[in-house]
Design a protein. Structure first.
Length: 216
Protein backbone atom coordinates (compact mmCIF):
# COMPACT_ATOMS: atom_id res chain seq x y z
CA UNK A 1 0.00 0.00 0.00
CA UNK A 2 2.73 2.45 -0.84
CA UNK A 3 5.73 3.66 1.11
CA UNK A 4 6.18 6.17 3.85
CA UNK A 5 7.15 9.47 2.32
CA UNK A 6 10.71 10.74 2.40
CA UNK A 7 9.81 13.88 0.47
CA UNK A 8 8.76 16.21 3.26
CA UNK A 9 10.94 19.32 3.18
CA UNK A 10 12.51 20.75 6.34
CA UNK A 11 10.35 23.41 7.97
CA UNK A 12 10.80 25.93 10.73
CA UNK A 13 7.25 27.15 11.16
CA UNK A 14 3.97 25.60 10.04
CA UNK A 15 0.72 27.34 10.92
CA UNK A 16 -1.81 24.64 11.80
CA UNK A 17 -5.28 25.32 13.11
CA UNK A 18 -6.77 22.03 11.98
CA UNK A 19 -8.93 21.82 15.14
CA UNK A 20 -11.59 23.25 12.86
CA UNK A 21 -12.09 19.73 11.51
CA UNK A 22 -11.26 17.65 14.60
CA UNK A 23 -8.35 16.81 16.80
CA UNK A 24 -5.15 18.52 15.79
CA UNK A 25 -2.28 16.22 14.82
CA UNK A 26 0.63 16.02 17.27
CA UNK A 27 3.41 18.55 16.89
CA UNK A 28 6.24 17.38 14.66
CA UNK A 29 9.94 17.64 15.42
CA UNK A 30 11.57 20.81 14.16
CA UNK A 31 13.90 19.34 11.55
CA UNK A 32 14.80 22.78 10.28
CA UNK A 33 16.24 23.87 13.61
CA UNK A 34 18.76 21.06 13.52
CA UNK A 35 19.72 21.70 9.91
CA UNK A 36 19.84 25.47 10.16
CA UNK A 37 17.26 25.77 7.39
CA UNK A 38 14.81 28.63 7.64
CA UNK A 39 12.06 27.57 5.28
CA UNK A 40 8.38 28.18 5.94
CA UNK A 41 5.44 26.30 4.52
CA UNK A 42 2.17 27.99 3.71
CA UNK A 43 -0.74 26.17 5.36
CA UNK A 44 -3.97 26.97 3.52
CA UNK A 45 -5.72 24.31 5.60
CA UNK A 46 -5.71 26.93 8.37
CA UNK A 47 -9.22 28.41 8.68
CA UNK A 48 -8.26 32.09 8.57
CA UNK A 49 -9.87 34.58 6.22
CA UNK A 50 -6.53 36.14 5.31
CA UNK A 51 -5.45 32.86 3.75
CA UNK A 52 -8.40 32.70 1.34
CA UNK A 53 -6.54 34.66 -1.31
CA UNK A 54 -3.58 32.28 -1.06
CA UNK A 55 -5.92 29.30 -1.28
CA UNK A 56 -7.40 30.65 -4.49
CA UNK A 57 -3.91 31.30 -5.85
CA UNK A 58 -2.73 27.76 -5.14
CA UNK A 59 -5.97 26.25 -6.40
CA UNK A 60 -5.53 27.97 -9.75
CA UNK A 61 -1.91 26.80 -9.88
CA UNK A 62 -2.51 23.18 -8.88
CA UNK A 63 -5.55 22.72 -11.10
CA UNK A 64 -3.28 23.28 -14.10
CA UNK A 65 -0.77 20.66 -12.97
CA UNK A 66 -0.90 16.89 -13.32
CA UNK A 67 0.75 14.10 -11.36
CA UNK A 68 1.01 16.23 -8.20
CA UNK A 69 2.74 14.47 -5.32
CA UNK A 70 1.42 14.99 -1.82
CA UNK A 71 1.89 13.56 1.67
CA UNK A 72 -1.19 12.89 3.80
CA UNK A 73 -0.58 14.55 7.15
CA UNK A 74 -3.96 13.91 8.73
CA UNK A 75 -7.30 12.26 7.99
CA UNK A 76 -10.37 14.08 9.32
CA UNK A 77 -12.97 11.78 7.78
CA UNK A 78 -13.24 9.18 5.04
CA UNK A 79 -13.11 11.91 2.42
CA UNK A 80 -11.50 14.95 4.08
CA UNK A 81 -7.72 15.09 4.32
CA UNK A 82 -4.88 17.40 5.22
CA UNK A 83 -2.18 17.11 2.58
CA UNK A 84 1.30 18.58 2.24
CA UNK A 85 2.38 19.39 -1.32
CA UNK A 86 6.20 19.49 -1.01
CA UNK A 87 6.81 21.02 -4.43
CA UNK A 88 5.01 24.21 -3.41
CA UNK A 89 5.58 24.03 0.38
CA UNK A 90 1.85 24.29 0.92
CA UNK A 91 -0.55 22.35 3.14
CA UNK A 92 -4.14 22.11 1.96
CA UNK A 93 -7.45 20.84 3.23
CA UNK A 94 -8.54 18.35 0.56
CA UNK A 95 -11.99 16.83 -0.06
CA UNK A 96 -12.66 13.93 -2.42
CA UNK A 97 -14.91 15.05 -5.25
CA UNK A 98 -17.95 13.17 -6.55
CA UNK A 99 -18.82 11.25 -3.40
CA UNK A 100 -20.48 11.67 -0.03
CA UNK A 101 -18.99 9.89 2.99
CA UNK A 102 -20.73 9.52 6.38
CA UNK A 103 -19.67 11.94 9.12
CA UNK A 104 -17.42 10.27 11.74
CA UNK A 105 -17.82 10.82 15.51
CA UNK A 106 -16.39 14.01 16.98
CA UNK A 107 -12.69 13.61 17.72
CA UNK A 108 -12.56 16.18 20.51
CA UNK A 109 -14.88 17.44 23.23
CA UNK A 110 -14.91 20.79 21.45
CA UNK A 111 -16.62 19.10 18.48
CA UNK A 112 -19.52 17.49 20.37
CA UNK A 113 -21.91 19.46 18.18
CA UNK A 114 -20.88 17.29 15.22
CA UNK A 115 -23.34 14.42 14.81
CA UNK A 116 -21.84 11.17 13.63
CA UNK A 117 -23.55 9.08 10.96
CA UNK A 118 -23.71 5.30 10.52
CA UNK A 119 -20.40 4.01 9.17
CA UNK A 120 -18.66 7.36 9.53
CA UNK A 121 -16.09 5.86 11.91
CA UNK A 122 -15.54 2.88 9.61
CA UNK A 123 -15.01 5.10 6.57
CA UNK A 124 -12.55 7.20 8.57
CA UNK A 125 -10.58 4.14 9.68
CA UNK A 126 -10.58 2.70 6.16
CA UNK A 127 -9.09 5.87 4.67
CA UNK A 128 -6.70 6.37 7.56
CA UNK A 129 -5.34 2.83 7.24
CA UNK A 130 -4.77 3.28 3.51
CA UNK A 131 -3.12 6.67 3.25
CA UNK A 132 -2.14 8.22 6.59
CA UNK A 133 1.44 9.56 6.27
CA UNK A 134 1.68 8.09 2.78
CA UNK A 135 2.70 9.49 -0.59
CA UNK A 136 -0.28 10.12 -2.85
CA UNK A 137 -1.01 11.70 -6.22
CA UNK A 138 -3.48 14.56 -6.47
CA UNK A 139 -5.72 16.11 -9.07
CA UNK A 140 -7.30 19.43 -8.11
CA UNK A 141 -10.64 20.24 -9.72
CA UNK A 142 -12.01 23.14 -7.71
CA UNK A 143 -11.99 25.16 -4.49
CA UNK A 144 -15.14 25.37 -2.35
CA UNK A 145 -16.37 28.29 -0.24
CA UNK A 146 -14.55 26.94 2.80
CA UNK A 147 -11.21 26.97 0.93
CA UNK A 148 -11.18 23.18 0.69
CA UNK A 149 -9.46 21.83 -2.41
CA UNK A 150 -11.74 19.38 -4.22
CA UNK A 151 -10.52 16.63 -6.51
CA UNK A 152 -9.12 13.11 -6.69
CA UNK A 153 -6.50 11.33 -4.57
CA UNK A 154 -4.63 8.26 -5.82
CA UNK A 155 -2.76 5.67 -3.78
CA UNK A 156 -0.78 3.18 -5.85
CA UNK A 157 -2.67 4.44 -8.92
CA UNK A 158 -6.03 3.64 -7.35
CA UNK A 159 -8.64 6.37 -6.94
CA UNK A 160 -9.49 6.66 -3.23
CA UNK A 161 -13.07 7.75 -3.95
CA UNK A 162 -13.65 4.65 -6.06
CA UNK A 163 -12.15 2.40 -3.36
CA UNK A 164 -14.58 3.85 -0.81
CA UNK A 165 -17.51 3.38 -3.18
CA UNK A 166 -16.57 -0.23 -3.94
CA UNK A 167 -16.51 -1.02 -0.22
CA UNK A 168 -19.93 0.58 0.31
CA UNK A 169 -18.45 3.25 2.58
CA UNK A 170 -19.52 6.16 0.35
CA UNK A 171 -22.27 7.10 -2.06
CA UNK A 172 -22.07 9.05 -5.30
CA UNK A 173 -22.85 12.76 -5.00
CA UNK A 174 -24.37 13.18 -8.45
CA UNK A 175 -24.06 16.98 -8.90
CA UNK A 176 -20.29 16.71 -8.42
CA UNK A 177 -19.76 13.26 -9.93
CA UNK A 178 -21.48 14.16 -13.19
CA UNK A 179 -18.91 16.93 -13.75
CA UNK A 180 -15.95 14.68 -12.97
CA UNK A 181 -13.84 13.06 -15.65
CA UNK A 182 -14.16 9.93 -13.50
CA UNK A 183 -17.95 10.04 -13.63
CA UNK A 184 -18.37 6.66 -15.30
CA UNK A 185 -15.99 4.96 -12.86
CA UNK A 186 -17.68 6.55 -9.83
CA UNK A 187 -21.19 5.47 -10.80
CA UNK A 188 -19.85 2.05 -11.84
CA UNK A 189 -18.15 1.52 -8.46
CA UNK A 190 -21.35 2.39 -6.60
CA UNK A 191 -23.34 -0.01 -8.74
CA UNK A 192 -20.73 -2.72 -8.14
CA UNK A 193 -21.14 -2.28 -4.38
CA UNK A 194 -24.92 -2.49 -4.66
CA UNK A 195 -24.74 -5.71 -6.68
CA UNK A 196 -22.41 -7.15 -4.05
CA UNK A 197 -24.92 -6.00 -1.42
CA UNK A 198 -22.37 -3.71 0.16
CA UNK A 199 -23.76 -0.55 1.66
CA UNK A 200 -23.34 1.64 4.71
CA UNK A 201 -25.53 -0.65 6.83
CA UNK A 202 -22.98 -3.42 6.26
CA UNK A 203 -19.88 -1.37 7.01
CA UNK A 204 -18.93 -3.05 10.30
CA UNK A 205 -18.45 -6.37 8.50
CA UNK A 206 -16.46 -4.62 5.78
CA UNK A 207 -14.11 -3.02 8.29
CA UNK A 208 -13.48 -6.36 10.03
CA UNK A 209 -12.68 -7.98 6.68
CA UNK A 210 -10.32 -5.15 5.81
CA UNK A 211 -8.53 -5.30 9.16
CA UNK A 212 -7.94 -9.01 8.64
CA UNK A 213 -6.27 -8.24 5.33
CA UNK A 214 -9.04 -9.54 3.11
CA UNK A 215 -11.11 -7.81 0.46
CA UNK A 216 -14.88 -8.33 0.50
Amino acid sequence: MGIFSTQKPPVSNVTDLSERFGRAPPAKADAASASGTDKKETDVATPQKQLSAKAKQFSALLSKESNITGVVEYVFSGSRLKILVPKHNVIVSFVLGGIRVPQPPALTAARKDVKSEPCGKEALEFTRALIMQMDVKLEVEALDKGDNFIGAVFINRENLAILLLKEGLASVFAPSAERSKYSQELFGAEEEAKKAKKNVSDCVRLLLIYMLGWRG
